[in-house]
Design a binder for this molecule. Structure first.
Ligand code: SF4
Length: 347
């Protein structure tokens, strides 16, 4: 049944178990969006290959872990479509067609391209696939005719590139003088700043994460070693929760009452950091516990999770096929037989 809701498309690389940074940065928003929009969420295993192509032994398991964390966080297969990118091969065909029209200069100018090639020095990213990943991203979005793409401030440029690719396609190919691909809008999401245990941005590559699957003792242990306001050397030194990573955690996950206690207690040295960290751990555990219970249901029956992916892929595949039929038709490459216009015979 056609939906009158606006359509949202977004993906997450299949990196394995998700952490609180992934939750706060994207997943939490997705859970909210599934009721307001018609959502297509995919595990981007082909995108994972653009940097991790050398060893694919874990890629399938990593995709499943991501799905389990989505389900744990509250994404519901009745309310949104979840699938694995490579299970809908139409993305690859569309990527190929879009790659034909995308100028090289557009890709070389993508800010993250240069940045990542320099930062990820241990891998050879001088590949065709890595340069072309924004084209794949454009295919992922345009194939569902997405109205919105939820992004943080740093990814707005990617959506802009998708819009440019759509415009270029529409200039070259039309269907009865009409454009084939709608241009999606960036839906800017408010992502709170989430520090990792070392105070830097929470990221798997820094090894400073708290996983959505971490059991309570692990969460408490990680918080124990978390860095604090460096000005608070002794218990009697007053501190400032606004410059303390534990203070940031409180602001995101603790209730107003606890935040008030932290603010006053820290600034007057009325509380110690150990006590403050215990409160932060309490708040995290309160959020993680129900997620972990939900996850367990699917972990105990992994076939059910796989079924959700299969059903999602079928639904996504149907939508992707509709777009690809239009794309092929506009490019005069449809699968239907057309009699050559000059044909005289067949009488
Ligand atoms: S009391 Fe809390 S907010 Fe203040 S420095 Fe210690 S851990 Fe940070």
């Amino acid at each position: 049944m056609a939906s009158s809701r606006k359509r949202v498309v977004s993906g997450m690389r299949s990196t394995g178990k998700l952490h609180l940074g992934n939750y706060v940065g994207a997943l939490q928003n997705w859970v909210r969006m599934q009721d307001e929009y018609e959502c297509f969420f995919f595990v981007a295993d082909w995108h994972a290959l653009t940097t991790d192509y050398a060893d694919t032994s874990q890629i399938k398991q990593n995709s499943i872990e991501v799905l389990l964390d989505w389900l744990a966080a509250g994404l519901n297969p009745e309310r949104c479509t979840m699938f694995v990118q490579s299970h809908v091969p139409q993305h690859a065909e569309f990527h190929l067609l879009l790659s034909m029209i995308t100028p090289l200069g557009w890709l070389e100018r993508v800010p993250t391209y240069k940045e990542q090639r320099e930062n990820i020095a241990e891998k050879d990213l001088g590949t065709y696939g890595f340069l072309g990943y924004p084209v794949l991203q454009a295919a992922d979005i345009l194939i569902y005719k997405g109205d919105f793409v939820p992004v943080g401030e740093d990814q707005v440029a990617h959506v802009e590139l998708t819009r440019e690719i759509a415009r270029r396609f529409n200039q070259f190919y039309k269907l009865k003088d009409a454009s084939v691909l709608p241009e999606p809008q960036a839906l800017k999401t408010q992502a709170a700043k989430l520090p990792g245990t070392d105070g830097r941005k929470m990221s798997k590559s820094y090894g400073n994460t708290i996983l959505l699957t971490d059991p309570e003792p692990v969460v408490r242990q990680k918080l124990k070693t978390m860095v604090t306001d460096p000005a608070r050397v002794r218990r009697t030194d007053p501190g400032n929760p606004d410059v303390c990573p534990v203070g940031d955690l409180h602001k995101i996950f603790s209730d107003p009452e606890t935040n008030m206690k932290v603010d006053v207690g820290c600034r007057t040295a009325g509380i110690g950091c150990i006590e403050c960290k215990n409160w932060a751990a309490d708040s995290l555990v309160k959020i993680l516990n129900p997620m972990q219970q939900r996850r367990k249901k699917y972990e105990d029956d992994p076939r059910q999770a796989w079924r959700i992916l299969n059903e999602g892929s079928e639904r996504a595949g149907r939508e992707a096929s509709k777009t690809m039929n239009k794309v092929r038709e506009a490019m005069h490459m449809s699968l239907d037989y057309n009699a050559p216009s000059s044909a005289q015979g067949a009488k």
